[in-house]
Write a protein that binds this ligand. Structure first.
Ligand SMILES: NC(=O)C1=CN([C@@H]2O[C@H](COP(=O)(O)OP(=O)(O)OC[C@H]3O[C@@H](n4cnc5c(N)ncnc54)[C@H](O)[C@@H]3O)[C@@H](O)[C@H]2O)C=CC1
Ligand SMILES: O=C(O)CCC(=O)N[C@@H](CCC(=O)O)C(=O)O
Length: 499
């Protein structure tokens, strides 16, 4: 039972129709106020099947269009995002608790994704032709067919969009399963695709909790699955797809990301980059710094002292309440997420961690927490888990190679950074660190959509997204072609009678 039966809507979009779900009821809450903002019944397995069947029926007509015709609709979608940008930014802020200034940048990234994906389609895939002594060689790329797209809650618009846009340009049809924590924005996005003129069945939306996700992932008629979310779910999907080599699986998962600081003169700039790396989006970015590595001695002490002061001064609040000071951090996604971060901090204290700035759950029944810093150098068995929130763990090191060793002491490998004026150290860092995003004197969040985006180890399965998403949205077909059957000028050695 939900708090919000009066909000119930038709939350499923199957073959161009908005339909009521036939499964369990679920709802979306504004985590800053605990108010319900959306409610519906989830898709039943039969409805998930209908969505896949609709996507299958729509596949050939969509794939047979020219890429220019598909791009026309995709570009119309970008225009609509522009027209509705303020409303969408407001909706994202309401559903996630993120500050409005930040959600506006998310909508900007969604719009920017279209031009980047168009460029990537032609540069990385598309069609290439080469003359041969007899005929020509042609490289084409074909869409996979029906693909499932799974989204996380933290970048509920931008990251599913980062799979959907390139998949559609390449000619795939889609069944989209958003995070159950963010169904409202998913619905708004799909409404805009409908308004942009996408033919029925090309993009279907199935909303629901984990059971809906399972029904879709296990559907035999899916040709591929593009996932952004937690490492735990990614592992389950990887196992599920283990004996199906014919299906394409792209996994974008979490990280346990290190940031090393040493030999950097400008302490203010260092603290700025640490805060942008660790606490933006209330620490709910897969690229956020989780481990801060500082040198032992006065340099590290000075940075830590300034960081502690700056962290205590971070404004946390609800940007949607008029008159509030603009917050740097909003609410986390849910009460449970906030409680989980307090619990994570308690566990680190039990293991020997020392709180430097306490992460506190600021208001019951909301997701507001203050950012925290915890000294972890003396924890013997530091747990290699992603704590998806604003809790930064500090380690002190005696020499640079030890810092790199601590940084690499993780099974993840998404982002990593060095803040240092010493270029030699950066060269060493670059050659030793294991991560898909490696930055120097810049925050480790805020990765560009115009570059590949993905990690190694538990962070991904070598199918980088963003600019490289084009690669997993299509497969190459190599042909040699001649427009009529002809004998070659020179026959093979050895005898065979042709006449
Ligand atoms: N590498 C990357 O690009 C990014 C990774 N992330 C990661 O995402 C996580 C946060 O997102 P969440 O929404 O919590 O992820 P999640 O893994 O809990 O959920 C993602 C989606 O998978 C579905 N799902 C869950 N269990 C399933 C199952 N057994 N079978 C099929 N579907 C299932 C969910 O319903 C949801 O739609 C963090 O770990 C973060 O690091 C977030 C953004 C970017
Ligand atoms: O996918 C892209 O277009 C680029 C990657 C990106 O936007 N990364 C962001 C968000 C990461 C997250 O959601 O956790 C970043 O690096 O901050």
């Amino acid at each position: 039972m939900t708090k919000s039966e009066n909000l119930f809507i038709n939350g499923q979009f199957i073959n161009g129709q908005w339909l009521a779900g036939e499964g369990e009821a679920f709802e979306s809450l504004n985590p800053a106020t605990d108010e319900p903002i959306w409610a519906a019944q989830s898709a039943s397995p039969a409805q998930v099947n209908s969505a896949v069947v609709a996507a299958r029926a729509a596949f050939y007509p969509w794939a047979d269009l020219t890429v220019e015709a598909r791009l026309e609709i995709v570009k119309r979608f970008a225009e609509l995002l522009g027209e509705y940008k303020d409303k969408i930014a407001y909706a994202i802020a309401m559903e996630t608790g993120k500050p409005l200034w930040e959600t506006k940048t998310e909508v900007g990234a969604m719009i920017g994704k279209v031009a980047i994906s168009e460029k990537a389609y032609f540069e990385r895939t598309g069609t290439k032709e080469n003359p041969m002594p007899q005929g020509k060689a042609i490289l084409r790329h074909r869409p996979h067919g029906v693909v499932a797209v799974y989204g996380p809650y933290n970048f509920l618009g931008h990251l599913p969009n980062g799979h959907i846009v390139p998949a559609l340009i390449a000619g795939n049809t889609i069944v989209f399963k958003p995070s159950e924590l963010t169904p409202m924005v998913a619905q708004i996005m799909v409404e805009l695709w409908q308004k942009a003129g996408l033919p029925n069945g090309v993009l279907n939306l199935v909303q629901g909790e984990v059971e809906t996700g399972k029904a879709l992932a296990s559907h035999p008629q899916i040709d591929g699955l593009f996932f952004t979310g937690s490492s735990n779910t990614g592992h389950v999907l990887h196992q599920q797809y283990a004996a199906q080599p014919g299906k394409i699986l792209a996994l974008e998962m979490g990280g346990n990301n290190p940031l090393i600081v040493t030999e950097a003169e400008n302490t203010e700039a260092v603290v700025h980059d640490i805060i942008q790396s660790a606490f933006i989006s209330s620490g709910q970015r897969c690229t956020c710094a989780r481990k801060l590595l500082l040198p032992e001695g006065p340099e590290g002490d000075a940075i830590l002292a300034k960081l502690i002061d700056a962290t205590k001064a971070i404004v946390v609040g609800d940007s949607l309440v008029e008159g509030n000071e603009t917050p740097f951090m909003g609410s986390m996604i849910s009460v449970q997420a906030a409680e989980g971060m307090v619990e994570a901090q308690n566990q680190l204290v039990e293991l020997g961690g020392e709180i430097l700035v306490e992460l506190t759950h600021l208001k019951e029944e909301t997701g507001f927490v203050s950012p925290g810093i915890i000294e972890c150098t003396n924890i013997a068995n530091f747990p290699d888990v992603e704590h998806f929130g604003p809790l930064l763990k500090v380690f002190r090191f005696s020499d640079f190679d030890q810092a790199i060793e601590i940084a690499n002491n993780t099974t993840y490998g998404l982002s990593a950074g060095l803040l240092s004026d010493n270029e030699h150290l950066y060269q060493r860092f670059l050659s030793r660190i294991r991560a898909g995003i490696v930055n120097w004197n810049r925050p480790i969040t805020g990765a560009s959509s115009a570059a590949p985006f993905g990690g190694v180890g538990q962070s991904g399965n070598h199918r980088a997204s963003a600019y490289y998403a084009a690669d997993y949205c299509a497969y190459p077909v190599a042909s040699v072609e001649l427009d009529k059957v002809e004998l070659p000028a020179t026959l093979s050695p050895g005898r065979y009678d042709l006449i």
